[in-house]
Design a protein around this ligand. Structure first.
Ligand code: NAD
Length: 264
């Protein structure tokens, strides 16, 4: 670090759900490219560890404790970053959870919980980030969609519905944000081996009455072109490209990274 200006040199980025998994990979990648990175997460211990690990390798990072479904916590977290680092250039709504259940068994509480983390969380971050970006002349909003923003799978109705809805939010931001210099794009990954996915393999095996290996081969990777998982590094590479893109030509887009599971 330091000897060469990175592609995000001088930028301030806040990423939700960045304590682990895909969000952590993006935070680390952004920091390596010179961004100051706010690692926002519900899990403050892990957020602190991730921020410390980034600093240990020469990057700049702070941990922000934030439940994205808590209006005050999101507002306070964004304010803390803007106060500390003087602005906000990139805000990434990445925090997410999964819940596996057939629709006829799904409780209203679990429906609402999944919708709240993905959709309320993305809205709250968007509103606070746009206020900061509009005040400073622009920025980039990014969302973590999924192939499930574009396709459905059984047993994941609230997740599929929330991820579809994020396309609408992303496109709305592209329309409204343009006049203020704000771009907005959404990344749609296929399956990535993170704790979120590892947890659902045995759950799906039980619901579908098949082995865990069959869940991986015949459910998760069945429609990929090569039977491969997408990796955290693949998603982080795309997240860097979208954050560093130099103009508003690229806005309102969903970009799929899924080993060809979804094409189109
Ligand atoms: P993960 O479970 O490894 O990490 C999710 C992080 O979000 C955790 O650190 C968790 O503490 C945090 N989080 C959960 N609820 C929160 C809340 N209310 N407020 C703040 N933070 C919260 O999951 P992941 O696989 O890294 O997923 C990250 C994003 O990528 C999610 O939006 C997920 O839907 C999406 N995604 C994942 C995959 C995949 O295969 N792993 C594929 C497509 C999209």
């Amino acid at each position: 670090m330091g000897e060469q200006a990175g592609r995000l040199h001088g930028k301030v980025a806040l990423i939700t759900g960045a304590a682990r998994g895909i969000g952590r990979g993006i935070a680390e990648r952004y920091a390596r490219e010179g961004a100051r990175v706010a690692v926002a997460d519900l899990d403050s211990d892990s957020a602190g560890e991730t921020a410390a690990a980034i600093r240990a390798t020469g990057g700049e990072a702070m941990a922000v404790t934030m439940d994205v479904t808590d209006e005050a916590a999101v507002s306070d977290g964004v304010s803390a970053v803007v106060t500390a680092w003087g602005g906000l250039d990139v805000a990434f709504a990445n925090a997410g959870i999964q819940h596996i259940d057939p629709l006829d068994q799904l409780s209203f509480a679990n429906w609402r919980k999944v919708m709240a983390v993905h959709l309320d969380g993305a809205f709250l971050l968007t509103r606070e980030a746009l206020r900061a970006m509009y005040a400073s002349g622009g920025g980039t909003m990014l969302y973590m969609g999924s192939v499930h923003s574009l396709e459905a799978s059984p047993l994941k109705a609230p997740y599929v519905a929330a991820k579809h809805a994020l396309l609408g939010l992303c496109r709305s931001v592209a329309k409204e944000g343009a006049a203020h210099g704000v771009r907005s794009n959404i990344i749609c990954p296929g399956f990535v081996r993170t704790p979120l996915v590892d947890k659902q393999i045995p759950e799906q095996a039980k619901e579908l009455g098949i082995s865990e290996d069959e869940v991986i081969r015949n459910v998760m990777l069945k429609n990929t072109v090569d039977g491969q998982f997408t990796t955290v590094d693949d998603v982080a590479e795309l997240a860097l490209h979208l954050a560093a893109f130099p103009s508003a030509a690229l806005t309102g887009q969903s970009v799929v990274v899924s080993h060809g599971w979804h094409m189109g």
